[in-house]
Design a protein around this ligand. Structure first.
Ligand code: AMP
Ligand code: GLY
Length: 425
């Protein structure tokens, strides 16, 4: 079959890499793709992912039988709805189901309706009311309601910071995503990302992962889209997985179906493992980026039948096999990220770096210019490795990083520290 992947990040490179290994595949396309994805898929760089009619037209011309939508924006914008109406199979949630990511307020109220454990919250559009509610509470978490690329969250450690954050968010720093502010109780614990493949009624847990959101070593500095990740996440024991499925995922799948918006696709639960058990921080309606990269490294089974089973509602008796090995990915970003950075700098020695045993280099923000690979975004490369232990995966990933010649880029040097510190290595 012919498959089209929508997106241009490291997540889509990893998805294309996994799909390209499927014996079911004839031709793989990616729109718009990036400098690395071109090695495993045919790039359709001029197809605008906001132009649903053009995507449908492309699918008809190229006889696409499955579209896999990577990022949240086209899901929230209803691309899967439009493709489905046009009779084209598309992997991912409808716009109504993607509200689990698209609107934090929707999700918080949904959790309240279905008794799903999450942080206490309140929402405001008026800064005075928000500040009155805050009073002197700290630490406290403040979020822009809409999509803000993972950057619309402020953890205020003092009341003054909390009040300033209200002004920033409602004052338009996050554009229309900040028309409303959600104020949340600060949850204490260890975070984990939990991924479940859903077909409307059944949930199949995928592997667990943990990402590092802060830009600096030791999890310091501003939040980013993710500076690295590893899988499995040791904090997610089998008992915690079972509890999460029972207390959070199952009521979500049942609740969405009961409310007329059955969920299909990947349901990504951002969890805080607290002393009282797992609590939902947020839902995302897609694979995590860079968590997807480590999941794809560990997936043993063909991914294509799993994606089709999600679309077709056939996950009930489906199973996936995983490598026991651990995987770890280090994000290389352009100097300055998550603030201002320059594009267009040249990255050398990628071929040599990829020769390190167990290593795959997924491109996040690159473009090809003749023989050259140029940086073309904030997060640029995902240097990913598999190993019999997490320590080995980490050593391999950094060995590859050290072979890459790119003075205008940087990475964290401590990806995996929390899990390695547990000495489970
Ligand atoms: P979100 O975009 O909602 O995932 O938030 C980004 C990051 O902020 C999360 O990964 C957590 O590290 C942190 N965070 C969000 N909400 C809370 C909360 N209620 N308590 C503690 N940390 C939080
Ligand atoms: N790595 C965090 C995310 O994909 O939202």
């Amino acid at each position: 079959m012919n498959i089209l992947v929508i997106g241009s990040g490291g997540r889509e490179h990893a998805l294309c890499w996994a799909i390209s290994a499927s014996p079911l595949l004839d031709r793989l396309f990616c729109a718009p793709g990036n400098g690395g994805i071109g090695e495993v898929a045919e790039l359709v760089a001029d197809l605008a992912i906001s132009d649903h009619a053009a995507i449908i037209e492309f699918c008809r011309t190229q006889k696409i039988e499955l579209v896999v939508v990577g990022p949240e924006a086209p899901l929230v914008a209803g691309l899967v709805d439009d493709l489905t109406r046009a009779g084209i199979k598309a992997f991912g949630p409808s716009a109504a189901a993607a509200r689990l990511e698209g609107s934090k307020a929707f999700t918080k109220e949904f959790c309240a309706r279905h008794n799903i454990p999450t942080a206490a919250f309140a929402r405001f559009s008026d800064p005075q009311a928000a500040k009155a509610y805050l009073g002197k509470t700290a630490p406290i978490v403040l979020k822009a309601d809409g999509l803000a690329a993972g950057k619309g969250v402020i953890i205020a450690t003092t009341p003054a910071e909390a009040h300033a954050a209200v002004d920033d968010i409602l004052g338009g720093q996050f554009g229309t995503a900040g028309r409303e502010i959600v104020i949340e109780e600060f949850l204490e614990g260890e975070e984990a990302s939990f991924f479940v493949l859903v077909d409307g009624t059944h949930g199949l847990p995928l592997a667990t992962a943990q990402d590092h959101k802060r830009v600096g070593d030791g999890d310091t500095g501003p939040n980013t889209g993710g500076m690295g990740a590893y899988s499995p996440a040791p904090v997610m024991t089998q008992e915690m997985i079972d509890r999460t499925m029972r207390e959070i995922i199952a009521p979500t799948i049942a609740g969405m179906a009961a409310e007329g918006a059955p969920y299909k696709g990947v349901l990504y639960a951002g969890l805080m493992i607290t002393s009282a058990g797992p609590k939902l921080i947020e839902y995302n309606c897609r694979f995590g980026d860079p968590e997807c990269q480590v999941l794809m490294m560990r997936l043993k089974s063909d991914i294509v039948p799993a994606l089709l089973a999600s679309v077709d509602g056939e996950l009930g008796d489906f199973d996936l096999r995983w490598h026991d090995e651990a995987a770890l990915t280090v994000v290389m970003a352009a100097n300055g990220y998550p603030g201002d950075y320059v594009k267009g700098t040249e990255i050398r020695n990628l071929g040599h770096a990829a020769e390190v045993e167990g290593v795959e280099i997924f491109h996040a923000g690159t473009r090809r210019d003749g023989d050259k690979i140029l940086a073309n975004g904030g997060r640029v490369l995902n240097v990913t490795a598999i190993g019999t232990t997490l320590a080995q995966a980490q050593a391999r990933a950094y060995a590859a990083v050290d072979r890459i010649d790119w003075p205008e880029g940087f990475c964290r040097r401590d990806i995996g520290w929390r899990a390695l510190g547990r000495s489970s290595g």
